[in-house]
Design a protein around this ligand. Structure first.
Ligand code: AMP
Length: 177
């Protein structure tokens, strides 16, 4: 069963954990939303309905929590899933990009044959914070000549300026802080 929910309703299922994983970060824990079947389904359905009329070839989602949302959304949209992983996890030839996030920096990798030129990609992650992660993913997709139709999130942390990093990409998020 899926139930219709407003942003406020979804927010009730997000737990705020101060100083995790390091001091000064307010971590938005999505586990409460995920463990509630009807709420999880509503969240995915709402994201899907936003993109229902667009042709999407692949959801491109980011390790690890992004896979949870991305896989469910790809299934719901009936499109493919392309994983973007932290360095050293993908088994074949990769393109890689350095990125910063709210609490660290790392390398992201994508398989070289993951996106064909001209294919429509929707970037999906659980949270957009500073936007560093999504910026790196967007650069990878652009270098592969994929067509980015948007970026979808459960949560947007508006105070951290993530949107500014990917000005040319339309963002849709269910919950804003
Ligand atoms: P950013 O690159 O700064 O936009 O960070 C986005 C990534 O880091 C997402 O994949 C999130 O899973 C994670 N992240 C960053 N900040 C938070 C936060 N405050 N709460 C939960 N996840 C976060």
């Amino acid at each position: 069963m899926s139930v219709s929910k407003s942003t406020e309703d979804f927010r009730k299922y997000i737990r705020d954990v101060p100083d995790f994983p390091k001091k000064g970060v307010m971590f938005r824990d999505i586990c409460g939303l995920l463990k509630n079947g009807p709420v999880f389904k509503s969240a995915i359905d709402e994201l899907a309905s936003h993109y229902g009329k667009q042709k999407i070839d692949a959801v491109v989602s980011i390790e690890a929590r992004g896979f949870i949302i991305g896989a469910a959304l790809a299934y719901r949209l009936g499109c493919g899933l392309v994983p973007v992983r932290k360095k050293g996890k993908l088994p074949w030839k990769v393109y890689r990009k350095a990125y910063n996030l709210e609490y660290g920096e790392d390398l992201l990798e994508i398989h070289q044959d993951a996106i064909e030129p001209g294919k429509n990609a929707l970037i999906v992650d659980d949270v957009i914070a500073t936007g560093g992660t999504i910026e790196a993913v967007a650069e990878l997709i652009k270098e592969m000549k994929g067509n980015i139709i948007g970026a979808a999130f459960l949560i947007e942390l508006t105070g951290l300026g993530g949107k500014e990093k990917i000005k040319d990409i339309p963002i849709f998020s269910l919950i804003k802080y």
